[in-house]
Design a protein around this ligand. Structure first.
Ligand code: AR6
Length: 178
């Protein structure tokens, strides 16, 4: 599924983010930036030791923020490590922190001249954020950013499983309903 927002393409695909040929991949990291399971584990395995060493120098990263590193052996040039919230650890701020993780990542991308980028679904795996609640927050944050930042050319959400892909498709359709 693909939509044009401002001058940018917003795309939803099902797949593995480590295989994407874009300028920057976004990682669903934890504050220690030391790798982990899920998409973080996959990105570190594919990126290799240079990625872990770069993370070590930038840790910690507070929830709702992001840090940029080399992409090591990945095809992308950079990895931007975004720390989404653990669902209901701070219930009043779940949506604000999730939105902030996406926005901070996009701000880093703009700052570094990154035009084509790929996101996973932050916080909806180990961090337990329900996909149906997270998808509209993720997409509306990205849409608002793209409307204000014509420098970004492509945002691709790379969604690992069909349930996540379907939830994002539904959320995007309802956000862009005329
Ligand atoms: N490509 C795209 N998406 C993926 C991939 C992949 N290769 N692998 C998993 N996903 P999670 P979180 C999806 O748990 O909830 C880690 O241990 C996955 O199916 O990776 O933000 C970190 O170190 C789900 O839809 O991230 C943190 O401690 C989505 O990515 C913690 O987990 C996010 O799931 C972060 O938890």
């Amino acid at each position: 599924m693909q939509r044009t927002i401002g001058g940018a393409v917003l795309e939803l695909v099902q797949g593995d983010i480590t295989l994407q040929e874009v300028d920057a991949l976004f990682n669903a990291a934890n504050s220690r930036l030391m790798g982990g399971g899920g998409v973080d584990g996959a990105i570190h395995r594919a990126g290799g030791p240079a990625l872990l060493e770069a993370c070590r120098q930038l840790a910690p990263c507070p929830t709702g923020e992001a840090r940029l590193t080399t992409a090591g052996n990945l095809k992308a040039q950079y990895v931007i490590h975004a720390v989404g919230p653990i669902y209901q650890r701070d219930p009043a701020n779940d949506a604000a922190l999730l939105s902030s993780a996406y926005r901070s990542s996009l701000e880093l991308a703009s700052y570094h001249g990154i035009r084509r980028l790929a996101f996973p679904s932050l916080s909806t795996g180990a961090y337990g954020y329900p996909i149906d609640e997270a998808a509209p927050v993720a997409l509306s944050t990205v849409i608002t950013y793209l409307q204000q930042h014509p420098e970004i050319e492509l945002v691709r959400f790379v969604l690992f499983d069909s349930r996540t892909f379907d939830a994002y498709q539904q959320a995007l359709a309802s956000l862009l309903k005329p």
